[in-house]
Design a protein around this ligand. Structure first.
Ligand code: HEC
Length: 171
């Protein structure tokens, strides 16, 4: 009796598994064709915004209040020290100082990836930059998390930028 029941159970399991596999294949195919059309639509939309979008957008500067940041070749140690404090309170949860990604990208080399203006606009005007800037959007695609606006003052943003320069080896 027990053996009989066991065999029955095994057969049912097999049928179930086959069923799951078959429906899985159907679902995958559906998804693929769905994604393909979505992909085509998306790229169409992107092209449209690219063509008709704001032609005055400057991807080197980003979008925000900072148009020209004065940066001396030498490190401002006082600013970098304040910047490190802001970093440990507001940024360290998501950003490492190495090139390793945590929630957001690691900060090693960030000052050579972007201009001072871009970084300070991004850190003070994060939402708008994420919706407009191609580099920010590319990061969002990798990180899958939208960086929340950190409510930095202008001075905080400048201090953190100086701390980033220190982290990138400026003395
Ligand atoms: C909750 C997590 C989180 C916090 C907190 C956070 N960030 Fe981010 N940051 C991100 C993510 C995620 C990205 C990548 C873009 C995206 O997906 O929104 C990013 C991207 C960046 C970039 C661009 C990095 C690059 O390599 O190009 C800078 C600069 C930056 N953040 C600065 C800051 C500063 C300054 C703070 C603190 C005041 C901070 N972030 C706090 C998640 C965070």
């Amino acid at each position: 009796m027990l053996i009989c029941a066991l065999i029955k159970l095994l057969i049912m399991k097999k049928i179930l598994i086959i069923g799951i596999i078959v429906s899985g294949i159907i679902a995958c195919n559906n998804n693929q064709s769905g994604n393909n059309t979505n992909g085509a639509n998306n790229s169409g939309q992107n092209q449209q915004t690219g063509n008709t979008g704001n032609p005055s957008y400057d991807p080197n500067r980003g979008e925000g209040k900072f148009t020209k940041v004065d940066v001396s070749p030498k490190l401002d140690v006082a600013m970098a020290t304040s910047g490190e404090k802001v970093y440990s309170v507001k940024c360290a949860a998501c950003h490492k100082l190495t090139d390793e990604r945590l929630v957001g990208p690691g900060w090693k080399g960030v000052t050579s990836r972007h201009t001072a203006e871009w970084i300070m606009n991004f850190t003070t005007n994060t939402d708008e930059m994420l919706s407009k800037d191609p580099k920010a959007q590319a990061m969002l695609e990798i990180c899958l998390v939208r960086m929340p606006n950190q409510n930095l003052t202008d001075q905080d943003a400048r201090d953190v930028y100086e701390f980033m320069r220190q982290n990138d080896g400026v003395k």
